[in-house]
Design a protein around this ligand. Structure first.
Ligand SMILES: [Fe+2]
Ligand SMILES: [Fe+2]
Length: 160
């Protein structure tokens, strides 16, 4: 997991996370800090192992999970969709951390797809990230259920 640890120490990754933490300080809904990234990483990887065996390496899945929301601050500031913004910001970080072309293509596609829940034709990674993004949340005990656009009764249930 050397490249993942390098990614987590990457100056840009750290700066984006700090900006997000700052902008979400008073956010009532789910936040998008390190704990969200690691939860999505572990759930998405377990799901991929279960569904598709060893279709993707752990480093590919973890890199995508840690980077899938790094463009949140861009969305807060400009309104640009954060899936697209995250993919753009992720590219130079992945290059620095020595992911190869093929790996980067898979990771960026997964990041771009992570909001397309239940859409047809998603990649293995995009589908796993979209599912893990919901499963990583504790909706049952959330105080802002009623105001959340994502919330429904099914979100209370443990399905994975
Ligand atoms: Fe997201
Ligand atoms: Fe997310």
């Amino acid at each position: 997991m050397a490249r993942i640890n390098q990614l987590l120490d990457h100056r840009d990754y750290v700066a984006y996370q700090e900006t997000i933490d700052q902008l979400e300080k008073n956010r009532e809904f789910c936040k998008h800090g390190f704990d969200h990234g690691i939860s999505v990483a572990r759930i998405a990887y377990a799901y991929i192992l279960e569904q598709d065996g060893h279709a993707l390496s752990k480093e590919i899945v973890y890199a995508a999970a840690f980077l899938h929301d790094i463009g949140r601050w861009v969305e807060y500031q400009s309104g640009e969709d954060h899936a697209e913004a995250s993919a753009k910001l992720a590219l130079p970080i992945l290059e620095t951390c020595k992911f190869n072309r093929e790996e980067i293509t898979i990771i960026l596609k997964g990041i771009r797809e992570h909001r397309q829940h239940c859409a047809d034709g998603l990649s293995v990674l995009g589908n796993a990230l979209a599912l893990a993004d919901n499963w990583a949340r504790d909706c049952r005990h959330c105080r802002t259920q009623k105001q959340c656009y994502k919330y429904n009764q099914a979100m209370r249930l443990i399905t994975y």
